[in-house]
Design a protein. Sequence first.
Lengths: 134, 291
Amino acid sequence: MTVTKTETLPVRSGDDVVRVRQRVRALAIEIGLGLVDQTKIVTAASELARNTLDYGGGGDVRIEIVQAGMRKGLRLTFEDHGPGIADIEQAMTDRFTTGRGMGLGLGGAKRLSNEFHIESTPGSGTRVTIARWK
Amino acid sequence: MKTDGAEVLTRTLTEDEAAILDAWNTSLREGSSLQSGRIREAELKTQAKAVFGQLQDALGAGGLDADGTGFVPLRESLADISRSRAIQGFTPTDTANFVFSLKEPIFEALKRASGTDATSLAAGIWAAGKVLDRLGLQTMEVFLASREEVIGRQGQEIAELSTPVVRLWDGILALPLIGTLDSARTGVVMENLLQAIVDEEAEIAIIDITGVPTVDTLVAQHLLKTVAAARLMGADCIVSGIRPQIAQTMVHLGVELNVVSKATLADAFAVALRRTGRKVVRQQASTEGRG
């Protein structure tokens, strides 16, 4: 698998979340994702960016266009240095939230992506990686 | 003996006024602000003369402290100039150059006045640089503040424009949402809708999300809150404009909108008419009556 393009965007304010969505949509169109797949990855990006902002205290997202053989895909890595998640299994459960949201963001992002990976160390931060393939 | 830069500068500005103004006007004329056609030469010349006069007064009265009280009139006219330029659409470079292009003529004049006296030349240049740099920066600050004012006003206008509540029929309202639905916008939307429900004695409100590009859990949550608030006011809501890709995404997200929803505003309007006991019928396209 090779990475053909990398961009890093900050996630530090509500406006940044909008910018992340716009950029992800532009790149999803660039690699030729269909309308449904575009909407899915953009929505997942929106959820994770807002988590990074609200629960991680802000961070960065790395957007990559990846290629494996003939397949192209979009891989997003959200990273923050916030408090981290103590119980990932619980956090992934639908309707569970420590904030005021619906508690569907993490689980929803997983269902909207082809690949989903989360790692978190309490006290030092969280990294979520998702990918959507064409 | 210590050479006073302010004194050298003030003396030079007075003695060599005509030459400095001439050179400044030439340099302003060659600058791009005139070529862009946004300002007339005569106007530029008047501004330059006024600013130069005030610079002389300020230096005479207050020394080199460009933030001091002696500089107040000068700062105010510069602020006026850069504010009007920000609104007229000048580039930041053009605006800043109005002040910075005064440097060269003044330096030249100082050189002429000082002759071989390097100490007084250095002092004069230092004084002129200090004052003009500070004034240039202030010009930029005002320029940016004016631009931000424009942007802020546009933002407010967009927020107002994008949340209209439309009366479709007696007791039926439509709320076409366009753009990003963040917490601030939702507040405006909800307020407008609830007020319109009272004013129009509405039974049904149709919230159309055709223009919302991304529906994530936050948007869904805002929608549900708006629907719940409308319900408390006695109005039923219908959500319309759910595109196929949005529907699929919402299912994957696990969001359930416990509200009647329709694909298009037209479908939602038909439901609303039916619920309020009305129906749309085609006018009989008949030849009878034309006889």
